[in-house]
Design a protein around this ligand. Structure first.
Ligand code: BTN
Length: 317
């Protein structure tokens, strides 16, 4: 089915005869595969008598040779996974040595922060997980997720998305809508040797979501009007991640703190900090050297950190 999709990915018309000849199958076998593409992968196909078949919209498929050429680490490319983070965890437990990355055309159980699901349709977005070894103790984890946010931000801006910014701790928004999210998961003991799985989801060419997404969202294509080459995006992401992770490793988050604050969309804004069922009202002052959020709460500075926290703009801000 993927071979057929590769032939159709340009969004142009291809005759049933030409497709059959390229695949070495009959025209009716082509027809069956086309039906599978529509029903299983939700890729609408147009059929026009005398012209043949074309995808309603062109797609950009991931190509393992491209991703593994001139890349800072190896990439394992999958058609379907439950979650690229879960796959990295399995590979680590099998003894595969980091760094390595896993990408997938779709995820059936994509994980978001705070127990949410990450909607992951086929060939639309980027689902990227990087395995990294942490042997420098907790310091190496300080501000790490914020630094990953900076790397993703640089990538998105390099693709012309100038309105993208960060929302603590590591959401990326464009015109108030979520365009990318980051989920870090730890395996092992942070005081000793552990591994971190850096999971990054970027909404790339998604125009509409079959499943409901429980927050306002956008995608690179919706923002720029252009189909994004996802191989190009993944390669740029790998290079940018390496640059920021090396800097973080050498100099710590303190060296990147002011760059992060300059990109923070809610700097100086009145917010609610949501911690489970508890809310704290405050004004965003910035972040500290470990990446925790600094709020002015009733005139006193307070610092908050933890993966379960999130910010909301206050209605009166
Ligand atoms: C968020 O909730 O903002 C974080 C979303 C992280 C999604 C990515 S997609 C690749 C990786 N695999 C997962 O299952 N989740 C992360």
């Amino acid at each position: 089915m993927l071979t057929l999709l590769k032939l159709l990915q340009d969004g142009r018309f291809h005759s049933g005869e030409a497709l059959g000849a390229a695949l070495g199958v009959s025209r009716s076998a082509v027809w069956k595969q086309l039906q599978h593409l529509e029903s299983e992968l939700h890729l609408p196909i147009h059929k026009v008598r005398g012209k043949g078949y074309r995808l309603e919209r062109p797609v950009s498929l991931l190509e393992s040779p491209l991703l593994n050429q001139d890349s800072p680490w190896s990439h394992r490319v999958h058609e379907t996974l439950d979650s690229t983070n879960a796959e990295v965890m399995r590979l680590l437990s099998e003894g595969v040595l980091p760094p390595f990355a896993v990408v997938s055309e779709r995820q059936t159980a994509g994980r978001g922060r705070r127990g949410r699901q990450w909607i992951s349709p086929f060939a639309q977005n980027l689902y990227y997980s990087l395995a990294m070894r942490i042997d420098g103790g907790a310091r190496q984890l300080d501000g790490l997720s914020l630094v990953v946010g900076l790397a993703v931000l640089k990538v998105l801006r390099s693709f012309g998305l100038i309105e993208v910014g960060l929302k603590w701790p590591n959401d990326l928004l464009s015109r108030g809508r979520k365009i990318a999210g980051i989920l870090l998961e730890l395996v092992g003991d942070p005081a000793d040797l552990c591994h971190v799985i850096i999971g990054i989801g970027i909404n790339v060419n998604m125009q509409n979501a079959l499943e409901e997404i429980d927050q306002p969202w956008t995608s690179m294509q919706l923002e720029s009007g252009l189909l994004v080459d996802r191989n190009d995006l993944a390669i740029t992401l790998a290079k940018c991640l390496r640059e920021y992770l090396e800097r973080h490793d050498r100099e710590g988050f303190g060296a990147l703190k002011s760059e992060w604050e300059a990109a923070h969309l809610w700097q100086g804004c009145a917010v609610n900090l949501v911690a489970g069922a508890q809310y704290v009202d405050g004004i965003v002052l910035g972040v500290d050297a470990a990446g925790a959020i600094r709020l002015s709460v009733a005139g006193t500075e307070r610092v908050f950190s933890g993966g379960e926290l999130s910010l909301r703009l206050r209605d009166d801000s």
